[in-house]
Design a protein around this ligand. Structure first.
Ligand SMILES: NC(=O)c1ccc[n+]([C@@H]2O[C@H](COP(=O)([O-])OP(=O)(O)OC[C@H]3O[C@@H](n4cnc5c(N)ncnc54)[C@H](OP(=O)(O)O)[C@@H]3O)[C@@H](O)[C@H]2O)c1
Length: 323
């Protein structure tokens, strides 16, 4: 079958290590299932793998792709929960299993005609969402869902700041927080992305570091060093910063005096559980909230999608279709 495979890692030229090639189809071990992929979505995670960040070279070659939806062996329309882990090993939460992995980290990913996953990772696709739409949700939207609702526990009427509005997790967080009845503030470096964030549902969007009209109850932080000081300053006493990424760097000044004096809560977050994923799908089904898709490409043109991502040209997800 045709697959997009990471064969080499290069921090400066990640796409040089991405090859389209024929690979053998997967054979499912006990309790695993083979899914015929209808749609799969690109993530920055795939580029990190190709750059050699967070993915040991000895795990190559590896089929990339963390996000997918398709049809299982029994003909059911499914979307794949992307965290492969054992809830029992994580005290009931597979994201806390020390051995957990995203699809494409330890097991071949979804940029292929077929993908093999544990049966428990199959989740029924809501009929109201297309294959392309559900394929955008597993990594970015599930991460945003857990940050807002499990970690920060936002409620209708809360005020939420989302840093780096152009990002995949950030755009999902803006739409979900607005849908949940929050007042949503966001920051972005680009005027075009600030306008897009307003369209997505943010009430006020400002350049990074600009003073907000009021302090917020929760901050969704994935940018890291470039926005951390602003996140701390924008938070009300007792408020919560949830951090799930550090795109601009992992070591900002901690400003501990502010953290303890204002009793701020700093929480890390990674991915989400199957149960959270089911609730995310229900939320989109009932609310009409949808991910924005920039383009849909055949798998054979996947390099074009990654090039657009590297060039910062995207407003929304890139989806590929193997069929
Ligand atoms: N923990 C998890 O489970 C999880 C899941 C998904 C992603 N992540 C991580 O979360 C981070 C975001 O990923 P993503 O795919 O959502 O986002 P992304 O598309 O990579 O975008 C990140 C955003 O950060 C902002 N940004 C980047 N550099 C900046 C700088 N120097 N100053 C100010 N803003 C800057 C940009 O916003 P503007 O251009 O709008 O300013 C950009 O759109 C990544 O580090 C990723 O690895 C973690």
């Amino acid at each position: 079958m045709l697959a997009a495979v990471a064969v080499r890692q290069d921090p400066d030229d990640p796409l040089s290590g991405l090859e389209l090639r024929e690979v053998p189809g997967p054979v499912a071990p006990a309790d695993w299932a083979v899914v015929r992929v209808v749609a799969a979505a690109l993530n920055h995670h795939d580029l990190w793998t190709l750059r050699g960040v967070g993915h040991p070279a000895d795990r190559l070659p590896m089929v990339l792709g963390c996000d997918a939806a398709g049809i299982d062996e029994d003909g059911n329309e499914v979307v794949i929960h992307p965290v492969i882990g054992d809830p029992a090993a994580g005290g009931g939460d597979e994201t806390l299993d020390p051995g957990r992995a995203l699809l494409s980290e330890r097991h071949d990913g979804a940029f292929a005609e077929l993908v093999c996953v544990p049966r428990r990772n199959l989740v029924p696709k809501p009929a109201s969402l297309s294959f392309e739409e559900v394929a955008c949700l597993p990594v970015a939207w599930l991460t945003a869902y857990r940050m807002l609702f499990t970690q920060a526990r936002i409620r209708p009427g809360d005020r939420v700041l989302v840093q780096g509005a152009g990002g995949g997790v950030a755009t999902a967080a803006i739409a979900l927080a607005r849908g949940a009845g929050a007042t949503v503030y966001a920051t972005s470096r680009s005027a075009a992305k600030r306008a897009a964030a307003l369209e997505l549902g943010a009430h006020v969007v400002v350049p990074p570091g600009a003073r907000l009209p009021e302090r917020v109850d929760a901050v969704v932080e994935t940018v890291g060093e470039a926005t951390w000081a602003h996140s701390l300053k924008s938070l009300r006493p007792g408020g919560t910063i949830v951090v799930a990424g550090a795109t601009s760097g992992p070591d900002p000044a901690a400003d501990l005096n502010r953290v303890f004096y204002l009793q701020q809560r700093v929480l890390g977050s990674t991915g989400g559980t199957r149960d959270e994923f089911v609730r995310l799908l229900r939320f989109l089904d009932s609310s009409g909230i949808r991910p924005r898709i920039d383009r849909v490409l055949p798998l054979a043109r996947i390099h074009e999608g990654f090039r657009a991502m590297l060039d910062g040209e995207l407003t929304g997800k890139v989806v590929v279709r193997p069929g």
